[in-house]
Design a protein around this ligand. Structure first.
Ligand code: UDP
Ligand code: MG
Length: 318
């Protein structure tokens, strides 16, 4: 019998967990020929999320959980889950029911047909403002243009990954993770299925525009060095113009003498160049920061407690 792990990162999700479990249970019970493991990753929730998960666990031994030592963010919660998931396939699902678990049977069907990465693409984005939709679509357009890998648009982390994709992702231990790009980067046979993304069932989104901006910068800096190249190109173009301008000024001074004018043009040039220089230094700094973070080579997360299906309760302390 094949094992399928359902990986659910959860951060302060006490309001939705009951509904989530009910819907998952119906689906798991209808797919009797698989062995399911629901792996909750409690990402340092400050509410009763962990207690609720533990209560489910007492009712249903298909449930296991991983309690991280603090809130590490969804990207890290996911890699932690992938490290511990036992399944031949892993399905990543948001806790808030924005990813309908009812798609799981379809994903499993394609998996049986031999696809390795079956991802759910949003047909519509109910409950999101036009501004969020617009910013996200422009971001993908830009990212697609400047990086060499096709990032799947309107796709989240809701997908089924075959064991070999899971192993590939597990090998990528970078600390600042942009998993969305990694799915494309690893390759393997992909299949897209369409769905309508619902608004969150309860609770609040943890994203704000600052997070999204950070994620966007993460996405760009972890997958392309195009901004560095762009600042080099900018520098070269400006140098060429500066050189031509210099020749013109020298020639003019030699021919017509120097009448001290040109304060506006001087200011413009200084400010413009100053701006470009600061921007370029900022871009270099962004990449340098990544290098700094990666060279520390820290573990990605720490586990407070892991409780798997077979009822081994391990308290991890290193
Ligand atoms: N999440 C997490 N750690 C965090 C933030 C979020 O594990 O620091 C989980 C959250 O519980 C949910 C999923 O990531 O299962 C998606 O979060 P959310 O719904 O807030 O994001 P959105 O759907 O708005 O992109
Ligand atoms: Mg959500």
């Amino acid at each position: 019998m094949k094992t399928v792990s359902i990986l659910i990162p959860a951060y302060n999700e006490k309001d939705v967990l009951n509904l989530l479990y009910e819907r998952l249970k119906t689906i798991m019970d209808s797919l009797g020929y698989y062995h399911f493991e629901i792996l909750f990753v409690n990402d340092g929730s400050s509410d009763e999320t962990l207690d609720i998960i533990k209560a489910f666990r007492n009712l249903d031994n298909r449930i296991s959980y991983l309690n991280l030592s603090r809130n590490f963010g969804k990207e890290t919660a996911m890699i932690a889950g992938l490290d511990y998931a036992k399944g031949d396939a892993v399905i990543i699902l948001d806790a808030d029911l924005q990813d309908p678990p009812e798609l799981i049977p379809e994903m499993l069907r394609y998996w049986e047909e031999g696809y390795d990465d079956i991802f759910a693409k949003r047909r519509s984005r109910a409950g999101e403002t036009w501004f969020k939709k617009w910013t996200s679509s422009t971001f993908y357009k830009v990212l697609k243009k400047i990086s060499n890998i096709p990032i799947q648009e309107d796709t989240g982390d809701f997908r089924l990954l075959d064991r070999r994709c899971v192993n590939a992702l597990k090998n990528m231990r970078e600390s600042q993770r942009y998993t969305k790009g990694m799915y494309s980067w690893i390759g393997y046979k992909k299949k897209e299925i369409l769905f309508d993304r619902d608004p969150r069932a309860a609770g609040e989104t943890k994203w704000n525009y600052l997070n999204l901006l950070n994620l966007a910068i993460e996405g760009i800096t972890s997958f392309t060095i195009a901004p560095l190249r762009l600042s080099a190109v900018f520098g070269s173009v400006i140098s060429i113009f500066a050189f031509l301008y210099m020749i013109w000024i020298i020639g003019k001074t030699l021919l017509f003498g120097n009448s001290v004018t040109g304060y506006p043009s001087l200011m413009t040039v200084i400010l413009f160049l100053g701006g470009i220089q600061l921007l370029s230094i900022g871009i270099i700094g962004e990449y340098l920061g990544r290098v700094f973070n990666e060279t520390k080579n820290r573990p990605l997360y720490y586990i407070d407690e892991y409780n798997d299906e077979r009822n081994n309760n391990e308290k991890e302390n290193d």
